[in-house]
Design a protein around this ligand. Structure first.
Ligand code: GLA
Length: 399
């Protein structure tokens, strides 16, 4: 039974959410943050705890020079490994590999990029560096004074109620007055997707760590099925950062990784050495039509609509009424595959475009078929209205 005062409180809370369009826990300061899934680069997957100022500067420059920035990648994020010691007042400094955090932030901002850092709600980070436990306000102020725009807050060493610990840092970030994207890294424990937004999270990891191999990447990616309803503008499920380009998967497997993440409306945080990318890596990371699926303003996470042994069809509804479709072959040999328009959710006659090939497949009836490489995917966009002539539509040659 709820008391009248409780009912009034619930009603007031719901009205605040409805009127502001923000999840509970979010403030006006948060309202423009991560309206589409954040895109950027993070040091961890490639450089681990040995990251340095020189590495980060080189990566930021390469983000611009490679065309990644133009494709939408924006945040340059230092993961675990930058932290030094606290002084007598408790203020945290960076270690000797980061002599000038403010200068580094300025360098990144001067290129039109945004700057991200990492901490932990525990006393120590996963790598044993200083965490923010008991220093949340102080650290938030320090981060804001450097000019950070994004904080990844990683549970390692955290104790007690994660919800309270994450809310505490969000409140501290809010008190700085600086808009800071808040990335909750709690590995999907405690059904974080059901409360991440209520403690101010803009994204939350839904699984333990990804690794640079097909088995782990596919377990992480395909396990997102069912989490769709928890994602939306400003608050995203995060199946971890990209491994594209790191060498442990082949071309088709990296396309599967990127295509699946885009269908999932997942954050696109590249994790390779941007100064050493092969053209095929740049091609996968910057394909504009594939990225447009991820960044679609409706912010709807795609879902699995059909399964046949190792073959899976995933669909993401897009804001212009079209559908992005992934035809995935999880087998270790090539297979032909067919998806029905009924499963895709479009009328009997529809126009189809292949987004990786950037090639129109024409107006088709009832179904679309393709040969899908081992561990690969074909990514399509399907327009139910054949009259539709949007700029990204298949009526353009796009070649
Ligand atoms: C955890 C996180 C990783 C990375 C490391 C850093 O494993 O899940 O993404 O941040 O910690 O130590």
């Amino acid at each position: 039974m709820t008391r009248p005062s409780q009912r009034l409180w619930c009603y007031a809370t719901v009205m605040v959410i409805v009127l502001s369009g923000l999840p509970p826990g979010a403030s006006a300061q948060d309202k423009d943050l991560a309206r589409t899934p954040p895109m950027g680069w993070n040091s961890w997957n490639r450089f681990g705890p040995g990251v340095s100022d020189a590495i980060v500067r080189a990566q930021a420059a390469a983000l611009v020079a490679s065309g990644m920035k133009a494709a939408g990648y924006q945040y340059v994020i230092i993961d675990d490994g930058w932290q030094g010691e606290r002084d007598a007042t408790g203020t945290l400094a960076a270690n000797e590999r980061f002599p000038d955090m403010k200068g580094l932030a300025h360098f990144i901002h001067s290129m039109g990029l945004k700057f991200g850092a990492y901490s932990s709600p525990g006393a120590k980070s996963c790598q044993g560096f200083a965490g923010s436990l008991g220093h949340e306000d102080q650290d938030a102020q320090t981060f804001a004074s450097w000019g950070i725009d994004y904080l990844k807050y990683d549970w390692c060493g955290g104790q007690g109620d994660p919800k309270a610990a994450y809310a505490k840092m969000h409140d501290a970030l809010r008190r700085t007055g600086r808009p800071i994207v808040y990335s909750i890294c709690e590995y999907g424990m405690d059904r974080v997707w059901s409360w991440g937004a209520s403690v101010g999270g803009n994204l939350w990891r839904t699984t333990m760590d990804i690794a640079d191999n097909y088995d782990r990447m596919s377990v992480v990616g395909f396990s997102q099925a069912g989490l769709e309803r928890f994602a939306g503008p400003g608050h995203w499920n995060d199946p971890d950062m990209l491994e594209v380009g790191n060498g442990g998967m082949n071309f088709d497997e990296y396309r599967t990784h990127m295509g699946l993440w885009c269908l999932l409306a997942a954050p696109l945080i590249a994790g390779t050495d941007l100064t050493q990318m092969k053209p095929e890596t740049i091609g996968i990371l910057t394909n504009p039509e594939v990225i447009a699926v991820d960044q679609d303003p409706a912010g709807i996470q795609g879902r699995r609509v059909a399964e046949e042994g190792p073959l899976e069809t995933w669909v993401k509804p897009l804001s212009d009424g079209s559908r992005a479709v992934g035809l995935f072959n999880r087998a270790a040999h090539n297979l032909p595959m067919t998806a029905s328009f009924r499963d895709i959710g479009v009328p009997e006659v529809a126009r189809v475009r292949d987004l990786w090939a950037r090639h129109d497949m024409g107006v088709l009836r009832e179904r679309v078929s393709a040969n899908v490489n081992a561990h690969g995917m074909v990514m399509l966009r399907v327009w139910g209205s054949t009259e539709d002539t949007t700029a990204t539509g298949p009526s353009m040659s796009g070649q």
